[in-house]
Design a protein around this ligand. Structure first.
Ligand SMILES: [Zn+2]
Length: 381
């Protein structure tokens, strides 16, 4: 096992067929085809050309000076049944039961290679039992989405960990806290509500966040990093008021053309990445955009095979090291349940490379909270 230095800065079987389908419908052309948008309506968004945003050189230079290395951030969406049950498909919870196996495996790799991640956990998973909406732990105000016939908590089983293990996860929270290499437990909302949907009022989001903060506090966890369900961003001011420091934004556009030229550009990026990504401050929050979805069931992973896909992922990390930029790997724990062996092999290859580069001083591994603290402290200073 990796001995963690105490003073270190480190801080779905394609059951997701159902999830993946709804997510894919909502993707727009972007880096590796990633770029999640609100999926409420399940409407296919028409690919459109995107424009590279203007980035002042001074921001990039100051971040390079601040970190003096590539930045490796890992965020994991831990949501179980809450991530899928509201989205219009019959809910089969059987595959989600593999998530405990995945979490255990990933934590083992974190411990072996001294890596820290941000586990963006749905607040309801902090519980081991509840009585549904009447339970004090649940928010008083809930969003009422036109695309959902039921109210949000009508689907809450009001049960317990033994009877409904994919709705409660107090044991998972304990498992993450027990990792010998410190991990950050962040928030993925209390009940996986879609914040960017116009039907989600500020009050409803604030009530959800208050519930998430309260249940985490009861478990001794201060929430500082937030990952929006479905990457649907909204009501950032609520996060600021709740003293969050970081949120995960969308991958900035890196493909500048649509149609055939865009596909050629995307393929070129895959072979030889050129786009660089950096965290940016927004008000009192730091936006740490995701830059790569680690998905062993993706088209690329299946086409390339384990070894080829693993090399592709490593290329992304090497590029971030070379350019002293951000590599923000993200996934849902259920993504890895699709092919546990492939996920394990590629993640271990990646962590071996990362460990070597960290030891050489060319890379830092940061949780989202750590990265935000460093950037915000630098600004104050
Ligand atoms: Zn409940």
């Amino acid at each position: 096992m990796y001995t963690y230095p105490s003073d270190s800065e480190c801080a779905h079987a394609r059951f997701a067929g159902l999830i993946r389908t709804s997510v894919r419908r909502a993707r727009i052309v972007g880096f590796d085809g990633i770029g999640d948008q609100p999926t409420a309506a399940g409407r296919r968004l028409k690919p459109r050309p995107v424009v590279r945003p203007f980035r002042p050189l001074s921001v990039a230079v100051s971040l390079m000076v601040m970190f003096g290395s590539g930045q490796f951030v890992i965020s994991i969406d831990l949501e179980m049944s809450w991530g899928a049950v509201h989205h219009g498909h019959p809910h089969d919870n059987a595959p989600y039961r593999r998530e405990r196996e995945v979490v255990e495996d990933v934590l083992g790799l974190m411990a072996a290679y001294g890596m820290s991640a941000t586990w963006a956990t749905v607040g309801h998973l902090f519980l081991s039992e509840c009585q549904g909406l009447s339970d004090d732990a649940h928010p008083d105000i809930t969003p009422s989405y036109p695309w959902l016939a039921e109210e949000w908590y009508d689907l809450d089983p009001g049960s317990n960990l033994d009877s409904a293990p994919t709705w409660y996860g107090a044991d998972l929270v304990d498992m993450i806290k027990a990792c010998p290499v410190p991990q950050e437990i962040g928030s993925h909302s209390f009940a996986h509500i879609i914040a960017g949907d116009p039907a989600c009022s500020r009050e409803a989001f604030a009530a959800d966040i208050a519930a998430a903060v309260a249940v985490a506090a009861e478990a001794g966890v201060e929430l500082r990093s937030f990952v929006y369900p479905r990457n649907s961003i909204g009501h950032l001011g609520v996060l600021e008021e709740a003293e969050f420091l970081a949120y995960r934004g969308a991958t900035p556009p890196s493909i500048r053309r649509s149609g055939l030229l865009g596909r050629i550009e995307a393929a070129t990026q895959m072979i030889r990445p050129t786009a660089t990504f950096r965290a940016e401050q927004h008000g009192s929050l730091v936006n740490i955009p995701h830059t790569y979805l680690f998905d062993p069931g993706s088209k690329n992973a299946r086409r390339l095979g384990t070894a080829g896909w693993s090399r592709l992922v490593q290329r992304r990390l090497r590029h971030a090291i070379r350019t002293q930029s951000l590599f923000h790997l993200w996934f849902h724990s259920h993504n890895l349940a699709v092919d546990v062996d492939r996920a394990h092999t590629a993640m271990e290859d990646l962590f071996q490379l990362a460990r070597t580069e960290i030891d050489r001083g060319r890379l830092v591994n940061l949780t989202m909270g750590d990265m935000a603290r460093r950037m915000l402290a630098e600004r104050v200073a």
